[in-house]
Write a protein that binds this ligand. Sequence first.
Ligand code: PLP
Length: 302
Amino acid sequence: MSIQRLKALQKIMQIPSAETPLTFKDIGNCKVVLKRDDLIHPIVSGNKWRKLQPQLEYAVQNGVAHVVSLGGGYSNHLHALGYCCRELDINCTALIRGDYTQHLTPMLRDLNEWGVKLHYLTKREFAERNTSAFADWVKHTYPDSHMIPEGGSHPLALGGVAEAMQELEQHYDYIILPVASGATMAGIIAASQPTTTIIGIGVLKGEGYLEGLVKRFMDEQNITATNWTILHDYHCGGYARSTPELTAFCRQFSEQNEIDIEPVYSGKTLMALTHLLRNHYFPDGCRILCWHTGGLQGARID
Ligand SMILES: Cc1ncc(COP(=O)(O)O)c(C=O)c1O
């Protein structure tokens, strides 16, 4: 029974995740803590579990037998979803941006092993993914399937993220986290106190665009909070792009703290935090929580 399997999966998650103090140079009197969602589970790490859990619950409760979702060849979301579907005995089809038949990425190799059906789309086809014609095509190609949006960014995801906020051991003046589709940030905003400022670090070039995504999720749930902002100076050239500074930062941070980070999400966020601390962005004596949203699988070398 999928319900029992889901309960078993929920049970092995290391939740609540740890809050680990960090030491930085030039930190002043601020206290910085890392929320270790990367340690929730070796495969379904970080915000992926938070976002997927309510959707898996929905799927199991509604007897969904086949899930379809989509993403890139390194997608953390598809990786987590593929693993969960295997554990829950739900068929899974992954619509992939680009054709990797000749050279599977480590992520796609895992999906293959877990019995996920890989369906490659051309970049042009993938670009149509938010249109009604695409939704019709999915329905026609995979009748009776249940669609989970790219990145797991369904409105239900916000509730899973909000649960993580209830675990916090203390009040924080600032919470800082990476932002791409905006669902994780919207979930954090939804559950935060007005005395906490939520700072999103844009991991792609998206000034205005990212705010719009977060706002859309908030509007859908009538969340009117204004205690949030997105910083756009740390995308390092765009999504999954890097700079020598970022590469060096990730290496140095991992060595000094014995905490693995990757350059797409956690690296950009922690590098931004380091810059902000150095530039006295935060008032003296404040408490800052940085959210480690996992994603280390995406950094595996082909
Ligand atoms: C590891 C990781 N961190 C952060 C994010 C950003 O979350 P969101 O898309 O909800 O903004 C993602 C996904 O996009 C991710 O895979």
